[in-house]
Every structure is written in structure tokens, then in C-alpha cells.
Design a protein around this ligand. Structure first.
Ligand code: SAM
Ligand code: CA
Length: 220
């Protein structure tokens, strides 16, 4: 027993997956295809996808936002958890990634639920604000370039309604955030972001050590 969060070694992680992961076949195949790519570590963990799907269902979310889509795993997990009329608006800068993602969404039968906004996410989010989408989203997932997290955060706080949830990925950054030897731009950006969110009284907060660390923030 422990009064602090338990660490997961390989055996315990395997056990966790064995007794809890319910990954649909199409998502497993998407993960396996992506695993062959050099940039595969950008993909979220399957247990994290399942956790996010549960959050979406718990909150009864219908309109969701994603910032950073890559080959489409997280958007697929969220879209599959939405009701039939639910929608994901996915911001992605790479047309190549968006095309790969679309192929999997079609195969999974969720393509009609996902609208991709291609281009730099800050511009896409600003356009959504101009379009009058303030407060219109129930859930947002931030997972694009780490240096811009604070910019995404401010925009999500406007786009997500009160009581909605903002979920932020990679906030433990492979442990590097706690190691002073790491001073890379992305590490420093995540450190600054985490400290800022801790002190942000516009949200209720929990940092959950799922995957690479996930901050859950409920908009007050
Ligand atoms: N959520 C994805 C998944 O489940 O597999 C992983 C996202 S990956 C960590 C980050 C993504 O953000 C990449 O696909 C990258 O092309 C995209 N990205 C990077 N900078 C961006 C920007 N300025 N605007 C929009 N997307 C960006
Ligand atoms: Ca990530």
C-alpha cells in the first residue's frame, strides 16, 4: 500500500493493460501502423485513450476540440465515445498526418464526427473565436507543440464552456520536468506551463500520472 502515486514498472504496466484495456481492433491496428514510424512516440498510450473516452462520457460531452492530431488515435478515441451527433474539431498543421488520420477515421466509422482545421492551431483557434464559438466546447485536448501550450491554454479557456474540461498531455515530459539538468526549450515551456496552471484560479485542477502525465482542468 502507498500514500503516494505508485510507479509502474514493465510488469505492472503489462498487468494494468491486461486487466483494463478494451481497445477496439481498428485502434490497435492504427497503433501498430504508427509504431513503425520514426515519430511514433508522439502517439498517446492506449490506456490514456480509454481514460479520455471515459472522461468524455462522464461529462456527457458533445462538442470537443483537439489541438495536435498526428495519425488520429486520440481523436478516434474521443469521437467513438461521443453520441451520434457529437463532433470533434481537430487542429493539425500537417496535411500528411491529417490524411493518414482521416483514413483510419473512415475505417472506424467516425469520419463524419471529425472536422479537421488544417494549419497553425493558434490561427485556427483564433478563427473559431471570431466565428463566435466562445463557450461552445465541452471538452478540449491540448497535445501539439509544447512551446505554444500557454497560448492554447488561454484560447481553450475561452472556447470551453464553464464546467467543461481541458485535458493537457505530456505535462510530466518523460520525467525531464523534474530534472534540473534538462533545460531544453520544450522542457522549460512545460515547466512554466505547469506552474502557471497550478496558480490559475479559473480552473479546478488535477495532474494525473497517466501516460506521460495528463492535467485535467475543469473550467470554473
Ligand atoms: N494526439 C495525437 C495522437 O493521439 O496520436 C498526437 C499528437 S502529436 C504529439 C502533436 C501533433 O501536433 C503533430 O501531429 C504535429 O504535426 C502537430 N502540431 C505541431 N505544431 C502544430 C501547430 N503549430 N499547429 C497545429 N498542429 C501542430
Ligand atoms: Ca502527446
Amino acid at each position: 500500500m502507498s500514500r503516494r502515486s505508485i510507479g509502474l514498472d514493465d510488469a505492472l504496466h503489462r498487468y494494468l493493460l491486461d486487466v483494463s484495456l478494451r481497445e477496439p481492433d481498428v485502434m490497435r491496428r492504427l497503433r501498430e501502423e504508427t509504431a513503425a514510424r520514426e515519430d511514433a512516440n508522439m502517439q498517446i498510450a492506449p490506456e490514456q485513450g480509454q481514460f479520455m473516452a471515459l472522461l468524455v462520457r462522464l461529462g456527457g460531452a458533445e462538442r470537443t476540440l483537439e489541438i495536435g492530431t498526428y495519425t488520429g488515435y486520440s481523436a478516434l478515441a474521443v469521437a467513438a465515445a461521443l453520441p451520434p451527433h457529437g463532433r470533434v474539431t481537430a487542429c493539425e498543421i500537417s496535411a500528411e498526418f491529417a490524411e493518414i488520420a482521416r483514413r483510419w477515421w473512415v475505417e472506424a466509422g467516425v469520419a463524419e464526427k471529425i472536422d479537421v482545421r488544417l494549419g497553425p492551431a493558434v490561427e485556427s483557434l483564433d478563427r473559431m473565436l471570431e466565428e463566435g464559438l466562445t463557450g461552445r466546447f465541452d471538452f478540449a485536448f491540448i497535445d501539439a507543440d509544447k512551446k505554444a501550450y500557454s497560448e492554447y491554454w488561454e484560447r481553450c479557456l475561452r472556447l470551453v464552456r464553464r464546467g467543461g474540461l481541458i485535458v493537457v498531455d505530456n505535462v510530466l515530459w518523460d520525467g525531464q520536468v523534474a530534472d534540473p539538468a534538462h533545460t531544453e526549450d520544450a522542457t522549460e515551456a512545460i515547466r512554466a506551463f505547469n506552474a502557471r496552471v497550478r496558480d490559475d484560479d479559473r480552473v479546478d485542477l488535477s495532474l494525473v500520472p497517466v501516460g506521460d502525465g495528463l492535467t485535467l482542468a475543469r473550467v470554473r
